[in-house]
Design a protein around this ligand. Structure first.
Ligand SMILES: Cc1cc2nc3c(=O)[nH]c(=O)nc-3n(C[C@H](O)[C@H](O)[C@H](O)COP(=O)(O)OP(=O)(O)OC[C@H]3O[C@@H](n4cnc5c(N)ncnc54)[C@H](O)[C@@H]3O)c2cc1C
Length: 646
């Protein structure tokens, strides 16, 4: 008997949280620098001396980067991609021939077997030539078919799909639906087991990057619970030319104009059981685990944007003279250039450190990867915005228009548009705050969670109380004093007159302060803590700054020890830490002195319509139509815009 098709799920906030919680990886088998940091323990030993790749990894990685650079220089016309809103097919074919689809795939399946460090360097390089190409490659390899198969696929699945992914087939990842964004508990696409043991997929997926040209798809669909089927959200590999699949639209965006992003409808699409990745119900866990390292691709594009912004800011600010001197010499402009330089250095430090730790596999980097995504997407956007400001009116002008009137075609406004999505996809900033905050308070919830859980019995609460007593009796006293208070701590971080030790001492002291603040907030708000998003966001942002400062210092010391611009690296790390410390101080201040309560009142008024009078005096140019498109399952009534490349 086939199970009946699913009804569209209705989900409460509590249920949404339970689904997210069930998808969390709960075990911590390896040490985590960032987890320790949130607990007030600055474990510099986990990241210093900075880990380094093997000579063989460097040789292979550099050889590929050289080929990729030559390809970008000669074959990629970024202006054409922007103009035509499409990556020419011959460019994609060239990338396939270069092996770029298989950068991260094991050579035994025909891939290049690059490390995470070099994979990210390659994405940064190609993304600087054309962000749309960077996104195509990362959607394919960081979240598309290769990564979940590498981690959770059977030997047969790897044998069948990975050689195709490494050489010819473009893949895509399909989770989002018109009614499912940050909250996967609402996922409505169904995968109903049939009598023969296969699955039948029905539903509509939205905003699938690569979806218009993909050959293979990873689809998240909900299997209904029935006899012999545990059910739940499940991952499948699906051939994109399976009967019943229609790509109904090619979507267009504010930036990343060249991406092949689509709406994909599944109507009674038969998928063999052999294509299920992992067990039923494991789909979200697979997606989240894939993202642990997958999230590092996005910081790679932000680092590339920072490097480019720095180059343009330097060249332009020397050439442009106003009020009697080059604009770089006006303090207000100089400060922006300093911010871009220091932040680019720190973001690259965060990226390379997290990537190298991922390669070594000695540490758990799930929080570092998330912190890297969060801080890189926010800072990348700010750097690009500052570049637009430094370029003045030319920053707002398109590259094509600049070229048309005889000036250098600098696409500053495009970079700003291209970067904006980074704060939204692969976990929006707001969701990253919640996700990281959950990990930051994990130790507390593990020992004391039952105390604040309304569903627990008095007996459970009493037991939790005793456990918590033991944990806090040991933990709290350690937050009082530490090496950050000793003037001699970390004294090896001094070079050419620049002393980074005070910054590391600052990180140590403020990690303890962060943990004390978190503990205090938990005691104060208990079960309501999860609703305090303003507070949690600031806690996480402080953690991200402390991590970035640590990464910047250990990178500077690594470069010094190798004789690679040590003096300048120390200067940049120093500048970043000083800028970051001001942000940290402000964030700590706003933990307890803020407008959170007032904002809650104002938004209540806004939503009740009390301030609608304020909206008068304008016209709303938005068209009619529903806010969210109906996505009822059924046959497609639209033309299939899917196309294959090569
Ligand atoms: C260019 C592009 C490419 C994409 N590529 C893919 C892809 O390849 N595959 C795929 O599956 N998806 C893809 N997406 C979807 C993307 O991942 C989602 O846009 C993202 O997850 C956010 O979902 P949403 O847009 O529905 O926003 P919503 O979830 O509706 O959120 C709207 C706002 O509310 C906030 N918010 C939501 N919930 C909470 C909460 N609990 N607490 C606080 N704030 C909250 C969000 O942060 C956001 O600011 C892509 C999207 C775009 C635009």
């Amino acid at each position: 008997m086939s199970a009946p098709p699913l009804k569209k799920p209705t989900v409460t906030e509590r249920e949404a949280r339970q689904v997210a919680e069930a998808a969390r990886e709960q075990d911590w088998r390896k040490p985590s620098f960032a987890k320790e940091l949130f607990l007030g323990r600055f474990r510099l030993d986990l990241i210093h001396p900075h880990p380094v790749p093997s000579a063989e990894a460097v040789r292979r990685g550099e050889a590929f980067l050289a080929k990729l650079r030559a390809f970008c220089d000669t074959q990629v016309d970024a202006a054409r991609i922007e103009r035509e809103a499409r990556i020419p097919d011959e460019v994609i074919t060239g990338l396939k021939e270069l092996g770029a689809l298989g950068m991260k795939i094991d050579p035994k399946y025909g891939g290049l077997g690059l490390t995470q460090v070099y994979y990210n360097k390659a994405l940064a390089l190609v993304g600087s030539a054309s962000p749309a190409i960077g996104v195509l490659l990362s959607a394919h390899q960081s979240i598309g078919v290769p990564q979940p198969l590498k981690m959770f696929g059977t030997p047969e699945q790897k044998q069948k799909f990975l050689p195709r992914c490494a050489t010819t087939d473009i893949s895509a990842f399909l989770l989002t639906e018109p009614d499912v964004g940050s909250d996967p508990a609402r996922l409505a696409t169904s995968a109903v087991p049939d009598d023969g043991g296969d699955y039948v997929l029905d539903g509509v997926k939205l905003w699938t990057t690569n979806g218009v040209v993909a050959d293979l798809l990873v689809v998240m669909a909900r299997v209904p619970k029935s006899e012999g089927h545990k059910g739940g959200i499940t991952a499948f590999v699906v051939e994109s030319d399976s009967p019943g699949i229609t790509v109904e639209n090619r979507n267009a965006f504010m930036g990343l104009r060249g991406i092949e992003n689509g709406v994909t409808r599944f109507h009674q699409v038969r998928v063999p059981a052999a294509n299920r990745i992992g067990p039923e119900g494991a789909g979200l866990k697979i997606a989240l685990t894939t993202l642990n390292t997958g999230r590092l691709s996005l910081p790679a594009s932000c680092v590339a944007a920072g490097k480019w912004s720095l180059k343009i800011a330097r060249e332009w600010s020397a050439a442009r003279e106003q009020w009697g001197k080059p604009i770089a010499q006006h303090e207000a402009v100089g400060a922006k250039i300093s911010f871009i330089a220091a932040t680019t250095f720190a973001l690259e430090a965060v990226l390379d450190l997290s990537s190298q730790m991922a390669d070594e596999d000695r540490n758990d980097i799930r929080i570092e990867g998330a912190l890297a995504k969060l801080i890189a997407s926010e800072m990348g956007w700010r750097m690009a915005d500052e570049l637009v400001q430094i370029r003045g009116g030319r920053g707002f002008e398109t590259a094509a228009s600049l070229a048309a009137r005889g000036e250098r075609a600098v696409p500053a406004e495009q970079v700003l548009r291209d970067l904006r999505i980074n704060r939204i996809f692969e976990g929006s900033t707001e969701i990253m705050h919640l996700l990281i905050a959950r990990e930051a308070v994990d130790a507390h919830l593990t020992v004391a969670g039952d105390l604040i859980d309304p569903d627990k019995s008095l007996q459970d609460k009493a037991k939790a109380g005793a456990n918590a007593g033991v944990f806090y009796a040991k933990w709290l006293p350690k937050l009082v004093a530490g090496p950050g208070q000793l003037p001699s701590s970390y004294s090896e971080f001094k070079h050419a007159g620049v002393d980074l030790a005070p910054h590391l001492r600052h990180v140590e002291r403020h990690a303890r302060k962060l943990a004390r603040s978190t503990f205090y907030a938990m005691s104060r708000w208990q079960g309501r803590m999860e609703t305090k998003q303003g507070f949690l966001g600031r806690i996480v942002d402080i953690g991200a700054e402390l991590f970035a400062m640590s990464a910047a210092c250990v990178r500077a010391e690594l470069l010094r020890s190798r004789g690679e611009h040590g003096r300048e690296a120390y200067q940049l790390a120093d500048a970043f830490c000083r800028q970051s410390r001001l942000r940290v101080d402000e964030l700590f201040g706003r933990l307890w002195s803020n407008t959170d309560d007032l904002d809650r009142k104002v938004v209540k008024g806004v939503m009740a319509g009390s301030y609608e009078w304020l909206e008068q005096g304008i016209v709303d140019p938005s068209g009619d139509g529903p806010w969210i498109a109906e996505a009822a399952p059924g046959p497609s009534e639209r033309e299939n815009v899917h196309r294959s490349i090569g």
